[in-house]
Design a protein around this ligand. Structure first.
Ligand SMILES: [Mg+2]
Length: 356
């Protein structure tokens, strides 16, 4: 890798975000174990717990009834997603001062690419520190940051000195860091995948040697190859060249929707609108991908895409189904977005020739 090709990522993750926001308006609760979530009576779960509550074992995703058993003095507050979303937008405004390559993973977490940015003399570490300070000064909240030459490593790094901390993995440290990394830390490796990997004798990234690939594919399918790549420090390039842009439509549903066929109807209506929009400018570009985005009732966002050379309703439906099956986890759908990625048509290129 030549120096010019080394990319710089900053991962920002707010510390116990929902609870921290609630404490801004209820400072009297400071020092108490506090969580945001649904009540035990409605069989709710904990969305976020502060660090005091976490000491009792309370954590995100846990049934609220269990949380109360572990921590009888737990103060439970209802979620106010509109408030969190507003603050999340303010975070986005701060990020924009440094880069326009911002990917929100959820309301409280974002991945920024700052390669070739001139702020702080180009130092990603200083930019991350400045961003953390600005968040604290302007929003009265703390964030943790990770800095690394690979996007997924920056995310892993952001957890190391949490809360209110930063961890930097320099290019020179990267190989060694990955070798000694527990595979469980890789985004996308859950308990199920990890137990399969353990059975194959793999606990750390260094254990996933090339000889393991056939077994990985046999037991984990394509996901096995994804994990193998991460263990080698390979990240599929998500670089968006300047001549690729996205044209999309999205709609917040009138009410949160649990009904698949209702979502399908909305998806097809959106596809019609998108098709009109594309037709207006279709002379200028070629479609290269179809993309579906869903926002769920807790405001978290998932997207997925596939290669396609036209706007294709069936592809949109398949992508939608994939998110519905794998990402929804019992939540309702709040927003549906459809988009196509397009590449500027080079006039000399014969129309049948695909862009790669
Ligand atoms: Mg967080």
């Amino acid at each position: 890798m030549t120096k010019n090709h080394i990319r710089k990522f900053i991962h920002i993750d707010m510390d116990s975000f929902f609870v921290s926001v609630e404490l801004l308006s209820s400072p009297n609760l400071m020092g108490l174990p506090v969580a945001v979530g649904g009540t035990a009576a409605e069989r709710g779960v904990i969305s976020t717990a502060n660090y005091i509550a976490r000491k009792f074992g309370v954590k995100s995703g846990m049934a609220t009834a269990t949380a109360h058993r572990l921590c009888p003095k737990l103060v439970l507050l209802p979620a106010r997603f509109e408030v969190y979303e507003r603050i999340s937008q303010q975070m986005g405004e701060i990020f924009k001062r440094y880069t326009d390559k911002i990917e929100f993973i959820s309301l409280d977490e974002a991945s920024l690419e700052v390669t070739d940015q001139s702020h702080c003399n180009g130092s990603a570490t200083y930019m991350a520190e400045e961003i953390r300070q600005t968040i604290e000064q302007e929003l009265y909240l703390t964030a943790s940051a990770g800095v690394a030459p690979l996007r997924y490593l920056a995310k892993i790094a952001s957890e190391i000195n949490k809360p209110n901390g930063i961890f930097v993995i320099t290019p020179a440290q990267t190989q060694n860091f990955i070798q000694n990394l527990n595979i469980r830390k890789i985004p996308g490796v859950g308990p199920k995948t990890y137990s399969i990997l353990e059975n194959l004798g793999c606990r750390h990234c260094r254990d996933l040697t090339e000889e393991k690939i056939p077994a990985l594919i046999q037991y984990l399918g394509v996901h096995g190859f994804y994990v193998w790549e991460r263990c080698q420090g390979i990240e599929q390039s998500d670089e968006t060249p300047n001549d690729i842009r996205s044209i999309g439509v999205e709609k917040t549903l009138p009410s949160d929707c649990f009904d698949l066929s209702q979502c399908h109807d909305e998806l097809l209506r959106l596809a019609v609108i998108l098709r009109q929009r594309i037709t207006e400018a279709s002379e200028e570009f070629l479609i290269i991908r179809n993309n579906v985005k869903l926002k769920f009732s807790d405001f978290s966002v998932s997207t997925t895409e596939a290669c396609a050379h036209s706007l294709n309703e069936e592809t949109f439906k398949t992508l939608f189904q994939k998110l519905w099956d794998t990402k929804r986890g019992g939540r309702a759908v709040r927003l549906i977005g459809l988009s196509v990625k397009v590449k500027k048509r080079i006039q000399d290129t014969p129309q049948l020739e695909l862009p790669w």
